[in-house]
Write a protein that binds this ligand. Structure first.
Ligand code: PNS
Length: 158
């Protein structure tokens, strides 16, 4: 039984994240989508709001669950008995940050491997930051996020 943790801000979850989760759910027995605060970002939605949106978006996947991660990722992963951290890689520009995090986590966590998944090219340009910017300026984000997330974005930002 291989348990994978997919950590992230998910502020909010978008179709690129869902694509990565769908791929992870086909590979691993159980996938925990762990919502966390990233010290480098100011979130728009609370962790609980983000978890609700993610839970609704992922309800069709029987081996995927959501959780809130406080503290060090590697401690969380070990506490869950997971062997793998999943991260999405959209472009070369993601690589440096992901490489640094993966090596830091390896140094801290020993046996845990980071597993990178590439979303469909239809989604590689989508980021939560851009989705929020477009929504805030009144643009249509309907093809980047599920309908319930679009509604929450409009409610929060407009
Ligand atoms: O979606 P993001 O913002 O790129 O996700 C970053 C996240 C949440 C995975 C990262 O900030 C994280 O792991 N936070 C938990 C605290 C931690 O372990 N920090 C050290 C990471 S090397």
């Amino acid at each position: 039984m291989v348990i994978a943790v997919y950590p992230g801000s998910f502020d909010p979850i978008h179709n690129g994240h869902i694509d990565v989760i769908e791929r992870a759910a086909r590979i691993f027995d159980r996938v925990i989508v762990a919502l966390a605060n990233n010290d480098a970002k100011t979130p728009c939605f609370s962790l609980e709001e983000r978890r609700l949106m993610a839970g609704e978006a992922l309800k069709e996947f029987s081996n995927v669950e959501t959780d809130i991660l406080n503290g060090l990722l590697i401690d969380y992963v070990q506490a869950k008995g997971a062997g793998v951290v999943v991260r999405g890689l959209r472009a070369v520009s993601d690589f440096e940050y992901e490489f640094q995090m993966a090596l830091m986590n390896r140094r801290l966590g020993g046996e845990i491997e980071t597993f990178f998944l590439i979303p469909s090219e239809d989604h590689t340009f989508i980021s939560s930051r851009l989705v929020k910017e477009v929504a805030r300026l009144g643009g249509d984000v309907g093809s980047f996020v599920p309908p319930h997330v679009e509604r929450e974005l409009i409610k929060k930002l407009l």
